[in-house]
Ligand binder design. Sequence first.
Ligand SMILES: NC(=O)c1ccc[n+]([C@@H]2O[C@H](COP(=O)([O-])OP(=O)(O)OC[C@H]3O[C@@H](n4cnc5c(N)ncnc54)[C@H](O)[C@@H]3O)[C@@H](O)[C@H]2O)c1
Length: 269
Amino acid sequence: MPAPRTVLLTGAAGGLGTLMRSLLPEYGYTLRLFDVRPVEGEPDAITADLADRDALREAVRGVDAVLHLAGISLEAPFEKILRSNVEGTYHLYEAARQEGVPRIVFASSNHAVGFTPAPRAGEPLIPVDTPRRPDTFYGLSKSFGEDLAQLYWDKHGLETVSVRIGSCFPEPTSVRMLSVWMSPADGARLFHAALTAEEVGHTVVYGSSANTRLWWDLTSARALGYEPRDDSEPYAGKLVAEQGELDPENPAHSHLGGHFVNDPPIWPH
Ligand SMILES: NC(=O)c1ccc[n+]([C@@H]2O[C@H](COP(=O)([O-])OP(=O)(O)OC[C@H]3O[C@@H](n4cnc5c(N)ncnc54)[C@H](O)[C@@H]3O)[C@@H](O)[C@H]2O)c1
């Protein structure tokens, strides 16, 4: 696949979309922006919902790849998750298939495997092929997205890198985040690798920096050419002093998904 130049960025108005809008152009991409909300300072951004199939068809027409970040990014009532994350992602894949877009980089999440116990000291890191154990309807929708990506690769030859993002924020803000943090600069490095690596088929990777306290195995991400440069450890002293070390007896501390594992479900009423 020739190196992609024009990339559709869905979810461009969101937190991660905003970070990537500033970081990815340095890699030579021209970004086409898409979000249901207007993107501040970007009058050419496409303002449309993932439910709008015509808008999606037009948005993906002629792009070399899609970085699919749009969707509900936290737990929410099932119907909302269904509409944006399940149906919306399906509509995006259909538009990409119909327009011949060769690759999608899909923002999956650690919450697709959130009920997986975090490794204790000395235990092996969690591999990408660990059974999926969603911790929420949100995590379930990311699990669906990974299966959808596999289907579109097997059936239609549309490639995907599913990135199970940990937490991509400028700085880690909790002790758990020391294990799952992905610096924005490493996020851009990983998305760039996912957009440009040869012959990815459907590849699942974890998205994080090279954290000293890392919980999962970055081998499949490194195989794409990703070389993380950051580590959350310099933030550890302050965060541990404020919050204490993780308590292995607390389910919110001892599973990959953190507090998502014991937050009560959000019902529609
Ligand atoms: N930020 C992280 O650390 C993190 C971690 C794991 C996974 N992710 C995933 O990465 C993506 C981006 O995360 P974020 O933190 O920027 O979230 P965010 O909520 O800040 O941004 C999501 C964007 O998607 C847009 N959106 C939602 N539903 C839409 C729809 N139906 N049609 C069009 N646009 C829609 C929203 O308007 C918003 O701008 C999400 O898919 C999220 O699940 C993020």
